[in-house]
Structure formats: C-alpha cells, structure tokens
Ligand binder design. Structure first.
Ligand code: ATP
Ligand code: SF4
Ligand code: MG
Length: 334
C-alpha cells in the first residue's frame, strides 16, 4: 500500500462529560509514503492536538475519545497506534514515526553536549552498536542537516535557534523513521527559518524516503514545499488538495481567506485582506458550518447543516472539501 498513516474518525477532547472541549472532531486524514503533507489553520484550530492525539502524547486532560490511527509498516501487517502496548508505542515513536514538537528546540537538555543527547537516542534504540559506530552515525546525521561535525561538542546554548531545531531534526531522523511529524511554533521561529527548515526536510525526504506531516499556521509556506495540504478549522479538516491545486483554486472560503492572510513567497502577489472575525469558541460552536459567522459566501443551508468533507463531484477525486458551495458527492478514495 502507498499509505503509511491513516487517521480515521479521530476525536480528541480536553476533559470529559459535559465540560469536555472537543478539539479534534472526526478527522480523516491519510499520509502517503514519502509525501510532504502540510496541515494549516489558525491558532486554536486543533493542529497540535491532532498531532499529540495520533502519537498518544496528549497532555492531561486530553483524551482520544474515538477513531483509529492505522500505521502501515514497510514490512508486516498494519497496526492501530491507539491500541499499541506501552512498549510497542515507545518503539513506534522513534523508530516508525518521530515527532519534532512545537518549542522542541528548547527541549534539548542545556547541561549536556549536543553529541551526548544524539548518541543517547541512538544507544537507547541500538544497544548493540559500538561507540565508534554511534559516533560516526551522529556525525553523519548532523552533516545531513547541515551542521558541521565540529559543532558536535557544543552545548545547546552555543547554537542558534535554527541550529537547535536542526539538531532536533537529526534526532528525529536517527532511527530512520517512515514518518516525521513537525509542529512548527507560531512565534518562536521566524518565517525565514521555518522556510529553511521545511525546505531542508523536503530535500531530506527525497534522499531518505520518509513522509512528513508539517504543521504550521502559515499556508504560503506549505504551498511551496508540500505535495498536499489539509486545512483545519474548528477541529475539522475543511479542505484537502494537492498543494498547487489548492493554491490555484481554493474551494473552501476559509482556505481562500487563509491564502489572503500571508504574503505569497512566489508568484503574483495576493491582496492581504485576512479573515474578518475570530476563530470559533470550541465550547460554543456555531451551528451548521462552523465558519458561517465569518464566511462572506454563507447562504441558506450554512447555519443549519454541517457540510461533510468529500470529493466535490465534478472536479477531480484528489481533493475534498466541506462546504455547501461544493456539496460532496463521494468520499475521497483512501
Ligand atoms: P496553534 O497554531 O496556536 O499552535 P493549534 O491549531 O495547534 O494552535 P491546539 O493547540 O491543538 O491548536 O488547540 C486546539 C484547541 O484546544 C484550542 O481551542 C485550545 O484552547 C484547546 N486546548 C488546548 N489545550 C487544552 C487544554 N489543556 N485544556 C483545554 N483546552 C485545550
Ligand atoms: Fe461558507 Fe457555507 Fe461554505 Fe461554510 S458551507 S464555508 S458558510 S459557503
Ligand atoms: Mg499548535
């Protein structure tokens, strides 16, 4: 199969019962082998919650309340990540799917050299390796992400933010995972640096063949470096398409708004009009389409009926949208 990760009907809540905040609502998303899938949406749309949920790293009171996360190893039968034993889960997290989380570059231990931390990761998972072998591997990994071998003995504070982020990527790649999830901070890294890092990940994936789920609020970045893009709003995926198609012809009014919220890195400039209003309050979601109070194109069914995500019929089957302007006629092939 060319699918490596299939998220099906995933729901994530903060808290339980009547007080629960539904942060991820019935998300279906497929990551294919070797692709870069970008996930964009405003702050609070549930991007990080989705990433934490699917890797079972949710901080309390977060709970996965439904769905499946099917992982297809390169050999062997598929597994549901949500039902893995703690031992298998630990293995899965580094060796199959590794994660570089929002603010991760500040999670390097300040009192240990970069080399020590990288060597620890390798040793923990390859206990039979030799010290010389591990050191050679650590050097290779750093070279791979563009850090000179003489930096190996630096302490984290001696490196720039961008270099620390690249060290985190080197660690994430240490065990040759099939999937790398990268959750970019909204503020800590500037766009220039995000761009460098995403560019580098896309390049490394060409050489190493892993798939990337790259999360950012900056859609223009994804247009340049992703194969496909998914857009999240109020805990749901509202549009999904090949990057170039989404850019050339956004189908969801929210996607269109996002495209007018960030300066394009290439090509003709779009007017930066942004999106009026603010993201929905998850405790008091608007009825029908959650975007309707902000949507310039809202019409009759929008405040009453929730549009489902599906292929917009006449168009091609590689895209999906949840909007009454493009009613779904068929589910997206998985
Ligand atoms: P950003 O771009 O700012 O990183 P995001 O898309 O990653 O945003 P999440 O951090 O996943 O958004 O948050 C989704 C929603 O879940 C938000 O409305 C947030 O307020 C809520 N949320 C997050 N953590 C908690 C928590 N511990 N308890 C209650 N609600 C939470
Ligand atoms: Fe706008 Fe209606 Fe489409 Fe929602 S369903 S995005 S309100 S047109
Ligand atoms: Mg986030």
């Amino acid at each position: 199969s060319d699918k490596v990760l299939e998220i099906r009907g995933l729901r994530v809540d903060y808290g339980v019962g009547a007080e629960a905040v539904h942060a991820v609502r019935d998300v279906d998303l497929t990551l294919h082998r070797g692709e870069v899938l970008g996930l964009a949406g405003e702050s609070g749309s549930g991007k990080s919650t989705l990433a934490y949920g699917l890797t079972r790293l949710l901080p309390p009171p977060g709970v996965v309340s439904g769905g499946q996360v099917i992982y297809h190893p390169s050999d062997g039968p598929p597994v549901d990540v949500l039902t893995l034993s703690p031992g298998r889960l630990r293995e899965f997290r580094w060796a199959e799917t590794s994660i570089v989380f929002q603010g991760a570059m500040n999670s390097l231990n300040p009192v240990h050299r970069v080399s020590t931390q990288l060597l620890d990761v390798i040793r923990a998972h390859e206990p039979k390796s030799t010290a010389a072998g591990r050191l050679a591997r650590a050097r290779d990994l750093l070279r791979l992400v563009g850090i000179a071998a003489d930096r190996l003995d630096s302490y984290p504070h001696q490196l720039s933010g961008g270099m620390r982020q690249r060290v985190m990527i080197a660690m994430a790649l240490a065990l040759e995972p099939q999937v790398v999830i990268m959750d970019e901070p909204t503020t800590a890294l500037d766009v220039v640096m995000q761009r460098q890092i995403l560019g580098q990940l896309a390049e490394l994936r060409e050489r190493l063949g892993f798939a990337v789920l790259f999360i950012t609020h900056d859609l223009s970045l994804l247009v340049e470096f992703s194969d496909r893009i998914a857009i999240m709003y109020g805990g749901r995926i509202v549009e999904e398409a090949p990057a170039a198609r989404l850019y050339a012809e956004p189908l969801h009014p929210y996607t269109e708004g996002l495209l007018h919220s960030f300066p394009a890195l290439r090509g003709p400039r779009r007017e930066l009009t942004g999106i009026p209003g603010s993201p929905p309050d998850l405790r008091a979601m608007p009825s029908g389409c959650a975007f309707h109070p902000r949507c310039p194109k809202a019409f009759d069914p929008c405040d009453e009926r929730l549009p489902v995500l599906g292929a917009p019929g006449v168009d091609d089957p590689t895209r999906a949208v949840a909007c009454w302007l493009h009613p779904a006629v068929a589910p997206l092939p998985r």
